[in-house]
Design a protein around this ligand. Structure first.
Ligand code: SF4
Ligand code: SF4
Length: 185
């Protein structure tokens, strides 16, 4: 499948809000905006995603493997900054924005979704998983299942999964049989 078609399918699958209503109003959009004048907060696009962002007018930096730790096989990643003073271009928001507070995660070659213990954001929904919409959970999982048919994206996800396991940085995991989000001991 052509990459642009694949990405668009994934965006469509992942176009579901986490809860009914606008969760950003609970936290003043904490996961999207800079919260310090000293440090500007941005977010990484996943491999191949920059091609989908050509009409998304935001500042960005190119991070290369010479200066940043990168997963094996990834030479560069794009780091974008959304303007603090304007709304989200919601229809074009990147994969990571559609996924948070989940992260895609591989263990024994099975893809699931997890929530990390280490959080930059104080997402008020982390202790309210009972109100997460099932359409959000299923959409994010299906989107990543499709994205991970691309070797470079799968390798990218696996690299961060291995680091997460090594650091015991998993707080919650999606049970693929029940489709419930469960705490990890
Ligand atoms: S931090 Fe949580 S509640 Fe706030 S905008 Fe992000 S996902 Fe929504
Ligand atoms: S695209 Fe939207 S959801 Fe993503 S960081 Fe920018 S403002 Fe936030």
């Amino acid at each position: 499948m052509e990459l642009k078609v694949l990405f668009q399918k994934a965006y469509d699958m992942m176009d579901e809000p986490i809860i009914d209503g606008n969760c950003g109003e609970l936290c003043n959009f904490h996961c999207c905006r800079s919260h310090s004048e000293k440090e500007r907060m941005g977010m990484y696009l996943i491999p191949h995603e920059f091609k989908m962002m050509q009409n998304f007018h935001v500042d960005y930096e190119v991070h290369t493997k010479h200066l940043y730790d990168m997963p094996k096989g990834v030479k560069r990643l794009y780091y974008i900054f959304c303007p603090d003073d304007s709304g989200c271009l919601r229809q074009k928001r990147p994969i990571q924005c559609r996924t948070y507070p989940f992260e895609p995660h591989y263990e024994e070659d099975v893809l699931t979704l997890v929530v990390e213990k280490e959080q930059i954001h104080q997402c008020p929904l982390l202790n309210k998983t009972e109100i997460w919409r099932k359409e959000f959970i299923e959409g994010v999982l299906r989107g990543w299942q499709l994205l991970c048919t691309v070797d470079e994206i799968k390798a990218f996800v696996k690299t961060y999964s291995d680091i997460r396991v090594e650091k015991e940085n998993v707080l919650m995991k999606l049970n693929l049989e029940t489709m419930q989000v469960e705490n990890v001991e």
